[in-house]
Design a protein around this ligand. Structure first.
Ligand code: FES
Ligand code: FES
Length: 161
C-alpha cells in the first residue's frame, strides 16, 4: 500500500482536506474519491482535453496532474462553473447553440472557454478556435462550439438582452 499525504485545497469554492497517495492522478481523485464526474477520461495522455479543470484559473489536464500538485491550489471543475438551475454563461451558450451532442467533450470545452473569456473578453473566431484547439470533439465539427463561445462572450460583456 502506498503512503498517503494530507492535501488541502479549494474545490469549487469549498475547502477540502483529504488523504491521498501523492502520485494519484487528479482525474481519479476527482472522479473516484470526490464523486465529481464532469471531468472525463478520453485519452488519458494529454491529447484530448476531456479531463480539463481550472487550477488557479488556468485550464489544466487532470489526467497529467498528480494529487500532490493540488496542495494549496484553487480547483474548479465544470460542476463548479455553474449548475443546471444557474449555469455559467458558457454552459448556457453551449446548450442554446446546440454545441453539445454526445457531451463527452463538453465539460472540458466549457473549462477551456471559461478560461479564455476570463483573460480575453472579446476573442474573435480564430482566437476562440485556437483556445479550444487542445479539446477534441468527435461530434460537433466545432462550428457550434465556437458560436457558443462567442455568444457567451457577448453575454459576459453585457451586450445581450
Ligand atoms: S483524458 Fe486528459 S487530455 Fe485526454
Ligand atoms: S459532443 Fe461528442 S465529443 Fe464533443
Amino acid at each position: 500500500m502506498s503512503a498517503t499525504v494530507t492535501l488541502e485545497f479549494t474545490l469549487n469554492g469549498a475547502p477540502v482536506r483529504l488523504e491521498a497517495a501523492p502520485g494519484r492522478r487528479v482525474l481519479d481523485l476527482l472522479r473516484e474519491d470526490l464523486g465529481l464526474t464532469a471531468a472525463k477520461e478520453g485519452c488519458g495522455s494529454g491529447e484530448c482535453g476531456a479531463c480539463a479543470v481550472l487550477v488557479d484559473g488556468e485550464a489544466r489536464l487532470s489526467c497529467l496532474m498528480l494529487a500532490a500538485q493540488l496542495e494549496g491550489r484553487e480547483v474548479v471543475t465544470a460542476e463548479g462553473l455553474g449548475t443546471l438551475e444557474n449555469p455559467h454563461p458558457v454552459q448556457a451558450a453551449f446548450a442554446a447553440a446546440g454545441a453539445v451532442q454526445c457531451g463527452y467533450c463538453t465539460p472540458g470545452m466549457t473549462i477551456a472557454a471559461s478560461e479564455l473569456l476570463a483573460r480575453d473578453p472579446a476573442p474573435d473566431r480564430d482566437e476562440a478556435r485556437r483556445a479550444l484547439s487542445g479539446n477534441l470533439c468527435r461530434c460537433t465539427g466545432y462550428v457550434k462550439v465556437v458560436d457558443a463561445v462567442l455568444d457567451a462572450a457577448r453575454t459576459l460583456r453585457g451586450e445581450k438582452p
